[in-house]
Design a protein around this ligand. Structure first.
Ligand code: BES
Ligand code: MN
Ligand code: ZN
Length: 491
């Protein structure tokens, strides 16, 4: 990952960026650049359409009087409204503007601004710098990122450095989630994902892996039924972080859908676009990335992450439409459609999570195509039996930039999954597809405050205007949960 440093000493070099606010109001840094270059900066601005709006940049090459190869003005918007997310965007836009320029260092002159502006700009720049190039062997040198180091000039560099330290861990959690989602399913199958989870012990997490034999003993046949057609063994990974003062305090439990590839099974999906289903473990990636972030920044909270890892394949041994399976809590399920497999994985993983008597339980899943019809790629869908929990998720979403939108649950929807021969069926028909999926999960939840977050529209995106989402895999959920934990468990 990128090297990030904070300094009090002013030295212009490589590419030096400075914020400009709306209507061309210079920051202290932009002002000094202008003075040092005998007005070259403001002359360049006059002849341009740059006005300091977010997303705008103006590069002034080799300005006289300063040693930098170029000065980069970056729009920071309205000065009075500049919050953490604005500084993230600022840092990200600056990095994007010069990532391939040939320069190895990007200096941000952040004088006159508080330490948190620098810390969040650095966080945004790291999110923007992410690439997944490991399988490209013919990438031309001029197409490779050149910036390898970010330097922040600030009034109080030690405070900025301290503010950045936890954000650096969060960024690495996001990076991990993105790597997991990007990885193809021939590489990241359930057994390898379990190994990746196990390797997080290096950050002080306790990791336990359940294999098929363990899960069989526990009666987790709903989860196991999804992996019957796969050559890889299904796994349940349990990652624990006990960082709260009271290590006995009830934990927050996070559960993730980890379908490493979803062909649909015998209810086979159409071929076009099926390749995206390597990302059907996006919920598990969000949980894993969150655990990495929390352990990395030594969060003062007790959190357990549980991920159900399976591959949904058609095969002679695969589950058939119409088969009835018994889940770990004894409820029977008529599997009418083997492509509605995520809920089968989740209910047994949720059941396992409830054994820890959690204060709250939250699941993440790329569960339904229908959530994309409802909300597009702007918000994840949230379903909850608890208004306070739904409210806290909304707040954390707004603060982190990973927003959620609540959808309803209700008895009328619940009836749609009644089965003629078993306790329930795993599909509810065309109407309200995301809601009936949530109702299915709801049948496994007791009085524990629970939220289900459907991230089918946000875990990956073919196109995003947000510079903090530079690749198909977004890592959605890590920033939301990191924020949620900070806000509800640590304060
Ligand atoms: N993994 C899919 C949901 C999905 C679809 C995620 C598109 C991302 C993009 C899930 O397992 C699935 O196939 N759901 C079905 C449910 C249906 C059979 C009731 C769907 O959404 O069509
Ligand atoms: Mn499916
Ligand atoms: Zn799926």
């Amino acid at each position: 990952m990128m090297k990030v440093t904070f300094t009090d000493s002013v030295k212009y070099q490589a590419i030096t960026a400075a914020p400009v606010f709306t209507d061309n109001r210079h920051s202290a840094g932009a002002d000094t650049l202008d003075e040092a270059s005998a007005g070259a900066i403001s002359r360049a601005q006059k002849g341009s359409r740059f006005s300091g709006k977010p997303g705008q940049t103006l590069e002034i090459k080799a300005p006289s009087g300063i040693e930098a190869q170029s000065a980069l003005l970056v729009g920071a918007g309205d000065r009075d409204k500049a919050d953490a997310l604005c500084w993230e965007m600022f840092g990200a836009h600056a990095l994007k503007a010069v990532q391939l320029s040939g320069a190895d260092t990007l200096v941000y002159d952040m004088r006159g601004l508080d330490a948190s502006a620098s810390a969040h700009a650095a966080f945004g720049a790291l999110l923007a710098a992410y690439r997944f190039d490991k399988y490209r062997t013919t990438l031309k040198d001029e197409k490779k990122p050149s910036i390898t180091s970010l330097q922040f000039i600030c009034d109080d560099s030690s405070t900025a450095k301290r503010a950045f330290a936890p954000l650096h861990e969060t960024a690495q959690g996001v990076e991990l989630a993105r790597n997991l989602v990007s990885e193809p399913a021939n590489v990241l199958h359930p057994e390898n994902f379990a190994k990746r989870a196990q390797s997080l012990e290096e950050f002080g997490l306790e990791v336990q892996i359940l294999d098929e034999k363990d899960m069989k003993k526990l009666g987790m046949n709903a989860l196991l039924s999804v992996g019957e057609g796969s050559n890889f063994g299904s796994k349940l990974a349990v990652m624990s972080w006990f960082g709260a003062k009271d290590s006995k305090a009830a934990p927050l439990v996070l559960v993730g859908k980890g379908v490493c590839f979803d062909t649909g099974g015998i209810s086979l999906k159409p071929g076009a676009g099926m390749w995206d289903m390597k990302g059907d473990m996006g919920g598990a990636a969000a949980v894993t990335g969150t655990m990495r972030a929390l352990a990395g920044r030594k969060a003062k909270a007790n959190v357990i992450g549980i991920i159900g890892l399976v591959e949904n394949m058609p095969d002679a041994a695969a589950t058939r439409p119409g088969d009835v399976v018994t889940s770990a809590n004894g409820q029977t399920i008529e599997v009418q459609n083997t492509d509605a497999e995520g809920r089968l994985v989740l209910v047994d993983a949720l059941w396992y999570g409830l054994r820890f008597k959690p204060r709250q339980i939250i699941d993440f899943a790329t569960l339904t195509g229908a959530i994309i019809i409802s909300l597009g790629h702007e918000n994840a869908g949230v379903f909850s039996n608890d208004d306070a929990l739904a409210g806290a998720l909304d707040t954390a979403g707004k603060a982190s930039g990973e927003t959620v939108w609540r959808l309803p649950l209700g008895a009328g929807y619940d009836k749609l999954i009644d089965s003629k021969i078993a306790d329930m069926k795993n599909i509810g028909g065309r109407a309200a597809g995301s809601i009936t999926a949530a109702q299915f999960l709801h049948r496994y939840i007791d009085d524990t405050p629970w939220a289900h977050i459907d991230i089918a529209g946000t875990a990956w995106k073919d196109k995003s205007d947000d510079p903090r989402e530079p690749t198909w895999a977004t890592g959605y959920g890590v920033r939301l949960m990191d924020r949620f934990v900070a806000q509800t468990c640590e304060s």
